[in-house]
Design a binder for this molecule. Structure first.
Ligand code: TYM
Length: 378
């Protein structure tokens, strides 16, 4: 069995997602739950249909609450350690869809503290710069300004410090060590940090639903240990798989391996060069062989990216799949489809990103939800 690692600070190897469900103690999103979520939402998102959101905690209970008109709220986040790449958009795009479909409030935590503490060479000033840059990317996804509150940990801390202490007091070092693998050389800041990632799950007196990739689940285990003792709901979560890096279907696209990622700010030429040079191909060594034997979409990164993100239309995706597998479509042609999709997407994104500069204050301080949140003391 191949070795793999999944935790909030490292994802590597050939990930066995079924094994993760067992190891983490989460549940599979089965056909019935997927249908129920889609019925309540009024449509099925392609990331659900294709199994990219594959695991959950208490999603059934959150849907009970929705069906009983109590509702739920959404929470997700971003650690501003650098520019954002397209992998980071997977949970965000799904979160936006849930916000739209369920009319739910959304809280986005920007963890400048976490990234400062966890990255050895990260300067405080850089976390502040990236926080702003990342917030532009998140707003560009199209979130609802009236129903979204984006906050930076170092700023909002004054409103949550008492609750943060209550969470920290209930979490022992031995639990944190077991969940996160802290050692004697971990700095004491990062040992305290997980309490802050738990706090937003208590922002409303409703169940919280967290869309994120499964690397963030260890935090929800701590949350679920302490929630009821503090008089809150255990959080629900929906977990996605990882968008693979350019270089192969193992591991995840990561900020620490720059050439394996497409940044949201990459220009057309860079995208083209990166895909042509690095995108791992499931094609054969020669055109003749490829025509004869066909390619393998399962290990072809371009195909995988189309499937996860860039080609929501099932019929079009199937045609690409079959043409490639049947040898009719060559790797270069497949890459060209992806390059065009990404460049179209990024052109639209960068326009929205520019407009987002004017919306930052609304999301963080002046929108309806933001204003309420700055008045609250937890
Ligand atoms: P961060 O900044 O590492 O990641 C942000 C979000 O992107 C997801 N993600 C990916 N999803 C798919 N494919 C990938 N290749 C990929 N890489 C990253 C992460 O799972 C995450 O959802 N500690 C958090 C910040 C945070 C947070 C939260 C995240 C605070 N509260 C609540 C989710 C939910 C972090 O550093 O995320």
């Amino acid at each position: 069995m191949a070795e793999f690692t999944v935790n909030p600070w490292e994802v590597s190897g050939a990930i066995d997602y079924d094994k993760l469900i067992k190891d983490f103690g989460t549940k599979k999103i089965d056909g019935q739950l997927r249908q129920r979520l889609s019925d309540d939402a009024g449509e099925m998102h392609h990331m659900l249909r294709r199994g990219y959101f594959f695991s959950h905690r208490d999603l059934d209970l959150a849907l009970d609450d929705y069906e009983k008109k109590k509702g739920f709220f959404l929470y997700t986040g971003r650690g501003p350690s650098g520019p954002m790449h397209i992998g980071h958009l997977i949970p965000l795009v799904f979160t936006k869809w849930m916000q739209e479909r369920f009319g739910a409030n959304l809280y986005i935590e920007v963890t400048d503290d976490e990234k400062f503490l966890v990255k050895q060479n990260m300067k405080w000033e850089d976390t502040q710069k990236y926080s702003y840059e990342n917030i532009l990317d998140m707003i560009a996804v199209g979130l609802d300004a009236k129903k979204t509150f984006i906050f930076k940990d170092s700023e909002y801390v004054k409103n949550v410090y008492p609750l943060l202490l209550k969470v920290a007091k209930k979490t022992t070092f031995s639990t944190a060590k077991a969940v996160f693998g802290f050692t004697d050389s971990s700095n004491i800041g990062i040992i305290f940090y997980p309490a802050y990632q738990v706090v937003p799950t208590f922002f409303e007196n409703k169940r919280c639903v967290i869309p994120a990739a499964i690397d963030q689940d260890p935090y929800w285990r701590i949350q679920r240990d302490v929630a009821e003792g503090l008089g809150f709901y255990k959080t629900a979560a929906v977990h996605s798989r990882f968008l693979p890096p350019l270089t192969g279907v193992e591991g995840k696209m990561s900020s620490s391996a720059a050439d394996t990622a497409i940044w949201l700010t990459d220009d057309e030429k860079t995208v083209k060069n990166k895909i042509n040079k690095y995108a791992f191909s499931g094609g054969r060594i020669s055109v003749e062989e490829h025509r004869k034997l066909g390619g393998n979409p399962d290990i072809d990164v371009s195909y995988q990216w189309l499937s996860i993100f860039f080609e929501p239309d099932d019929a079009k995706l199937k045609k690409i799949h079959d043409d490639y597998e049947g040898g009719k479509m060559l790797t270069g042609e497949l890459k060209q489809i992806l390059i065009e999709k990404i460049n179209n997407f990024l052109a639209a994104h960068s326009e929205k990103r520019e407009k987002a500069r004017e919306l930052v204050d609304e999301f963080m301080y002046e929108g309806e939800l933001a204003k309420q949140m700055w008045k609250k003391q937890f």
